[in-house]
Write a protein that binds this ligand. Structure first.
Ligand SMILES: C[S@@+](CC[C@H](N)C(=O)[O-])C[C@H]1O[C@@H](n2cnc3c(N)ncnc32)[C@H](O)[C@@H]1O
Length: 348
């Protein structure tokens, strides 16, 4: 991706895809992942990242057609901002960002009414609510296109993440913490012209793979019982902007429809169904096995035996650890390594 913007003077700062906190994001593992793909996968022209999260992994494969997908709308919006095939006007985005950063004395709105002095100060809540509403109104009035809308929402979500009084997720806020940093939007350095065949989806990966094929499908599901919709409910709320009722100390909305099967005891069944329906030459799986012994919440939901059995039915499987050493298929060999990649060369 292009790291420079050659427009206007220094009135704004810029951000890149990895400038946010996200549980399990693979940005730091990109050299490992790209190394495995380069050495082991031949003729890959399309790359599907079907549990895309931040989209960090897709960002390393922009020489190919990119397909992204995530169950959470907030991730879909960010992925569309980074990889969407619709072109956008950089100057329009810059003008909105500069304008939003100069806002002051804003009236009460959904955000102040529900979140004042929790994760954000009252004034920052007022700004977040105003900005999100303004983006929607300008989109409806066709002053901005879908990609510009996505980029502005992404800029807002990244700005919220920078200042939220949390440890990176929204299960709780730090009570009594000082609101020292004000909200500041940055201009995401997204390519104006991405591949016209790129596609971004917002659905259950198990449904998507029934319709969409790619040369390489990368799978990075949640591996423990921690639901992403719980950890990022507030970013999801602002991205969706349906202004739902929120509950409890953490001010969460109803998230029933956003729960992932991969965080439950049915994870192996879901994984089996996913793999059976996948249409790809290669399937690449990231699956963490560093269970915190004694803490059930962080225990991996799919065993290595199940992974090997399920992938083995689809083709030939090799396992790599971060140092790029292929392992034999014995469980004891692979379970010692925190970051593993399971590569299945599909034969069936
Ligand atoms: C480990 S994270 C992916 C991190 C990503 N590779 C990155 O680098 O940012 C898992 C993602 O899967 C998504 N997810 C969970 N269940 C899903 C499902 N059934 N279909 C699609 N996405 C799902 C979560 O919302 C979360 O963003």
């Amino acid at each position: 991706m292009n790291n420079t913007l050659t427009v206007k003077q220094n009135e704004y700062k810029t951000s890149f895809i990895n400038n946010r906190r996200y549980l399990g994001n693979k940005y730091k593992l990109l050299p490992f992942i790209t190394d495995v793909v380069e050495k082991e996968c031949k003729g890959v022209k399309s790359f599907a990242d079907i549990f895309a999260g931040t989209g960090a992994v897709s960002s390393a494969f922009t020489d190919k057609v990119i397909i992204t997908n995530d169950l959470m709308y907030s991730n879909y919006i960010c992925n569309y901002a980074w990889f969407g095939s619709e072109a956008y006007n950089k100057q329009i985005v810059i003008d909105y960002v500069v304008y939003y950063n100069f806002l002051s004395d804003i009236q009460d709105n959904y955000m102040t009414e529900n979140f004042s002095d929790t994760y954000f100060s009252r004034d920052d809540c007022a700004k977040i609510g105003f900005i999100r509403e303004d983006i929607e109104e300008n989109y409806k009035m066709k002053n901005i296109n879908g990609r510009e809308r996505a980029i502005l929402i992404t800029s807002l979500l990244y700005a919220m993440d920078k200042i939220a009084k949390t440890c990176g997720h929204y299960d709780a806020y730090r009570k009594g913490a000082e609101f020292d940093k004000p909200l500041e939007l940055l201009v995401p350095l997204a390519e104006v012209h991405n591949n016209l065949n790129n596609q971004c989806y917002n659905e259950d990966a198990n449904e998507l793979v029934k319709r969409v094929a790619a040369d390489l499908i990368y799978i990075d599901p949640p591996y423990n019982s921690r639901q992403y919709c719980d950890a990022y409910h507030l970013l999801e709320n602002v991205a969706r902007w349906e202004k739902p009722e929120v509950f409890g100390v953490a001010r969460k909305m109803d998230r029933t429809k956003l729960k992932s099967k991969y965080c439950t005891r049915n994870a192996a069944t879901a994984f089996e169904e996913l793999i059976e329906n996948i249409k790809a030459k290669y399937i690449l799986l990231s699956y963490n096995n560093m269970a915190d012994k004694g803490n059930d919440r962080s225990n991996a939901k799919i065993s290595d035996e199940d992974i090997m059995r399920i992938l083995g039915r689809k083709g030939v499987v090799k396992v790599f650890a971060e140092s790029y050493k292929p392992f034999t298929t014995g469980k004891s060999d692979i379970s010692e390594n925190k970051e593993r990649l399971f590569l299945c060369t599909v034969t069936k």
